[in-house]
Write a protein that binds this ligand. Structure first.
Ligand SMILES: NC(=O)c1ccc[n+]([C@@H]2O[C@H](COP(=O)([O-])OP(=O)(O)OC[C@H]3O[C@@H](n4cnc5c(N)ncnc54)[C@H](O)[C@@H]3O)[C@@H](O)[C@H]2O)c1
Length: 247
C-alpha cells in the first residue's frame, strides 16, 4: 500500500478508444496508475486488462454528473490520490450546415463535449487539491480555435472547452493545479473513420504535413503537460496539428 500511495495516478476519460486509449496506455508506460474511464464499459475493461498492473476500468457516461463523481471517488479509493487527468471523451456529432442541424444534435454534443468536461473537472480538482496539486488536460480540437464547417455544435463545444480551461487555470493557479488543453488536428482514430474518404483526401491535400496525426502524438503532448517539467505552463490551448492552424 505504501508503494501504491507513492505512485502517480491518472484519470482518463474516453480511454476505450482512439486518443484517450493511447494516452491512458502512455500514462501506464510512464509509471502512473491509471483509471480507464469510458461509457463503453467493455472497451474500458479490455484496455485496463491489457494495461495490467495499476489499471482499473470505470464505466462512466460523462453526461451523468453523479457517475462522474463516483468515477473520481473510485479512482481515489483504488489508488489513494489523483495527480493527472485527461478529459478526452467526446463525439463529433452529425455534420450539416447550421440551419439543417437539429436541436437534438446540438444538445447531445454540448452535453458530452462541454458540460461533461465541466463535470469531470468539478470532481478532479478537489481530488487533486487533496493530493497536494495536479494537472488537468482537456481535449479540445483545432475546432476549438478555428472554424469547422458543418460541425457548428462541435466547434462551439470545443471553443467552450478552451474557455473552461483558461478560466479554471486562473482559478487554481496558486493552488498547484494546472489546467491546459490540447487541440488535435486530424488524428487517425475510429472517430475520424467516419469522414468520407474523398473529403479526407481533400483535407489531407490542404494539410501542411499531408498526413493524419497518430493518437500517440497527442498522448506525448498530454504526458508532458501532466509532468512537473511543464510546471510553468497553465491556461494554454496547444495545437498538436501538423501546422493545420498555422496555414
Ligand atoms: N480524431 C480526431 O481527428 C480528433 C481531432 C480533434 C479532437 N479530437 C477529440 O479527441 C477526443 C477523442 O476522440 P477520438 O478521435 O479518440 O474518438 P473515439 O471515438 O476513437 O474515442 C472516443 C471515446 O470517448 C468515449 N465516449 C464518447 N462519449 C462518451 C461519454 N458520454 N462518456 C464517456 N465516454 C464517452 C467513446 O466510448 C470512445 O471510447 C474527443 O474529445 C475528440 O473531439 C479528435
Amino acid at each position: 500500500m505504501g508503494e501504491q500511495a507513492a505512485r502517480r495516478v491518472a484519470f482518463v476519460t474516453g480511454a476505450g478508444s482512439g486518443i484517450g486509449r493511447a494516452t491512458a496506455h502512455a500514462f501506464i508506460k510512464a509509471g502512473y496508475a491509471v483509471a480507464f474511464v469510458d461509457r463503453d464499459g467493455a472497451a474500458a475493461a479490455r484496455e485496463a486488462a491489457a494495461a495490467g498492473d495499476g489499471a482499473i476500468a470505470v464505466t462512466c457516461d460523462v453526461t451523468d454528473d453523479g457517475a462522474v463523481r463516483a468515477a473520481v471517488d473510485a479512482t481515489v479509493a483504488a489508488f489513494g490520490r489523483l495527480d493527472a487527468a485527461f478529459n478526452a471523451a467526446g463525439i463529433d456529432g452529425a455534420a450539416a450546415p447550421l440551419a439543417d442541424a437539429t436541436m437534438e444534435n446540438w444538445n447531445r454534443v454540448l452535453a458530452i463535449d462541454l458540460t461533461g468536461m465541466f463535470s469531470c473537472m468539478r470532481y478532479q480538482i478537489p481530488a487533486m487539491l487533496a493530493s497536494g496539486g495536479g494537472a488537468i488536460v482537456n481535449c479540445a480540437s483545432t475546432a476549438g480555435i478555428t472554424g469547422a464547417p458543418h460541425l457548428t455544435a462541435y466547434c462551439a463545444a470545443k471553443h467552450g472547452v478552451v474557455g473552461l480551461t483558461r478560466g479554471a487555470a486562473l482559478d487554481y493557479a496558486r493552488q498547484n493545479v494546472r489546467v491546459n488543453a490540447v487541440c488535435p488536428g486530424m488524428i487517425d482514430t475510429p472517430m475520424a473513420a467516419s469522414i468520407p474518404p474523398e473529403f479526407l483526401k481533400a483535407l489531407l491535400a490542404e494539410s501542411p504535413m499531408g498526413r493524419q496525426g497518430k493518437p500517440e502524438e497527442i498522448a506525448a503532448a498530454v504526458l508532458w503537460l501532466c509532468d512537473p517539467s511543464s510546471s510553468f505552463v497553465t491556461g494554454q490551448a496547444i495545437p498538436v496539428d501538423g501546422a493545420w492552424t498555422t496555414r
